[in-house]
Unconditional design. Sequence first.
Lengths: 623, 291
Amino acid sequence: MSDSLETAAAAAPVPAASPVQSGTGQSGTVVRSTVIRRLFRNPLGIAAIAILTVIAVLAILAPVLAPFDQNYANIAKTLAAPDSVNILGTDSAGRDVWSRLLFGAQLTLLSALLCAGVAIAIGLPAGLIAGYYAGKFEAASNWVVGILMSLPGLIVLLTIRAAFGPSVWMSMIAFGVLISPSYFRLTRTAVQSVRNELYVDAARVSGLSDLSIIARHIFSVVRAPIIIQTAAIAGVAIAIQSGLEFLGLGDPTKATWGVMLSEGFKNVYLNPTLLFWPALAMALTIGGLVLLGNALRDALEDGEKINHRKKKAAPEGTTAAPAAVRTSRKPVATVVAGTEHHLVKVTNLGVGYPQADGSIKKVVDDVSFHVDRGEILGIVGESGSGKSQTAFSILGLLPDNARIVGGSIQFDGNYTVAPGDERVSQERLSKLRGKRISYIPQEPMSNLDPAFTIGYQLVTPMVRVLGISKAEARKRALKLLTDVGIANPDRTFNAYPHEVSGGMAQRVLIAGAISCEPDLVIADEPTTALDVTVQADVLDLLRELQQRLNIGVILVTHNFGVVADLCDRVAVMQNGRLVEEGSVRDILRNPQEPYTQTLLASMLEGKEPMSTLVSTLQKEPVA
Amino acid sequence: MSTMENAPLLTVEQLVVEYPSKKFRAKPFRALTDINISIGRGETLGLVGESGSGKTTLGRAILGLAPVTAGKISFEGKDISHATRKDRRVLSRELQVVFQDPYTSLNPALEIGDILAEPLGVQGMEAAQAKKRVKELLDQVGLPSDAINRLPREFSGGQRQRVAIARALALSPKLIVCDEPVSALDLSTQARVLDLFLQIQKDTGVSYLFVSHDLDVVRHISHRVAVMYHGEIVEQGPAGVVTTDPDHPYTQRLLLASPVPDPDRQEQRRADRHRLLEAQRMQHEQAGVPA
């Protein structure tokens, strides 16, 4: 029993903490049905719902089920042991414990609902208004919230009792007011996160009134977190109320679990079961509420995970089973003599993600290419073509659940993924990554840690990887910053990432990528997030560095202009497969595969303005 | 033809947009300075510029989503610079928007049918009639009619953008502000969506303010082009002229910075760009301005 209370206490803050993110996109009628289905698939969820339903039904049917009135006392039969009339025995005044437990459930649950209701009635509208309009109302309500939260709750409740008498309702209304800031904050944060979403703007352009916007577009975001929060708050309300009554501050004329607990405690030496029954009822209810909150949160977050996976996975077919994959792996070439001179050689690579039903969804399938020193290979494809997944498997940066389902990767004559390996060997790769293989990411800003200066982020890897002193690393870092065309390297060295522009940040990352003198640089859409004029500068920089250092580069991009600018060879990917590979001139001027032809035909450069680009307006199949 | 029909649909005169600074008593941030544009009926004005140049802010100011500090925006001769919410509701029949990001411009909790019916409902259209119109719209943008009961997340980026276009078309507006509507899309999807924009213009005679950072996109879809730089319009004129033979040094840089999909022509363009940068640097030095 104490166990369940402890887990309850430990788990209680969790549902309040995370619902904001999980709330988005998870409400609406269609989604909610699946949330409920997921809830019922979770054993804890079923248990919680079962317990709460039973208790609620017992409470509702109390007048029918209870053999006695809650205050009917049989003086002749006090502290009796259970028998056929009083199935749980009687208390010190001769009242039937079972009947009091049932009526107590009624009052306890109703008061918990009242408390949550009051808190929602105050916190939700205030949070919606403050979050949506911000400004003065938000400032004022933040003051009120600050005051409410700094009030010592128990003392306020004791004062209320002194002023209004021992009413459960009064104390729960007061507690509802005290706890309303938690709803306020939850709602306000959720609303703030969607206030500037484009669909809210679109609704404004459509002429919707603020009230309709809040009701239609904003309220749906807070609905799920509010439900989760309410499960937790109701549990807390029961605990607080019973705590007050246990201290003897309850209404002695009404049967509640807290009053019974207090009673039982007084007679604990005469009949300990008097203490046991209300405590069990409370533990079950509070535990049930907390578990329900957790299960709800899990159900909502599960949905997010599945969406996430869907987005990542390429739309090609699912392979039947891992067994089939294993057999198909056999004919893979072993270290072929005469291929050691390739800097990187990827052979028949397959990458997949295991699905819930045991199958594996392949996102990269049978991809082979090689890169030599001093050569730039472009991997071109649309989103979901598996180009980034291919690059990440060379880097060994695939997500944990990814599997190599076939093929091999060799770097400088050694396997990093040997034929038959299920995963990228981190042991082998961590020696290479950062030192011999480095990476230039797409989003320069999110790849610099905002908490450290740029200098620190350049120096630390050099000290670790190259084993040079800090002073020397600093000297090298300043030289690198000059090399990548930063006019004032000292200032950039001491700056924090938010103090430099996006183009500058990308230069810093390029400096970092070449700082440890790598043999291979993998650049994943290195200029996509940059303005066109900045892109041109960064491309110039990459070309100049690559020629000077004679490194191999794998450039992942969707832009044929960038390919034409930098690459020696191109590989075109579609749906996880490599459809065409060849020299840049062959591919761009004479594409053989229809897919490459379609891609190039979609380029706007050199097209007659306002002409139709795609011959027939095909209806895309709905995913 | 009456004078009314010759008058431009939308005119923006000496528009200034400022955002109050968060710092106490600091000067407000000036996002747009002295903007003058006009868009005729059935015309597309392309607005090109880099991130932070203010091109999106201009679109938002026209839609009433950014504060107008000074100047005047008129739509069909009416001043809409400070239109109230009620005016906007009437205006929404004529003036619509397609945003850049098809992933956040559709409410993930609403079905496609509800999203498309929303602007119709605001105008007081009955449910049955609205449903009919929604079906027409889906057909117009090339989506299957069973899309009505689906959620946005069941669609790809290009399809979502079609939904957003259908929402903008719902009330048969006269002007659609398109804020980078193809920037988040794949190349082949971008081509299809551009085709759709052109087809709709051909069929309905709608005007576009087409905001993009991509000179190629703007050249393809626009009749006239305005180039924005640091909150100002630095060059404006017929699309063919501005996007192939620009006057302003910034537009010249922009044109040569955009890579072409052929290695040899790109090498040529690269060399041209370096020559241009060098020439502009020399000019700056002669003018006594540090580059």
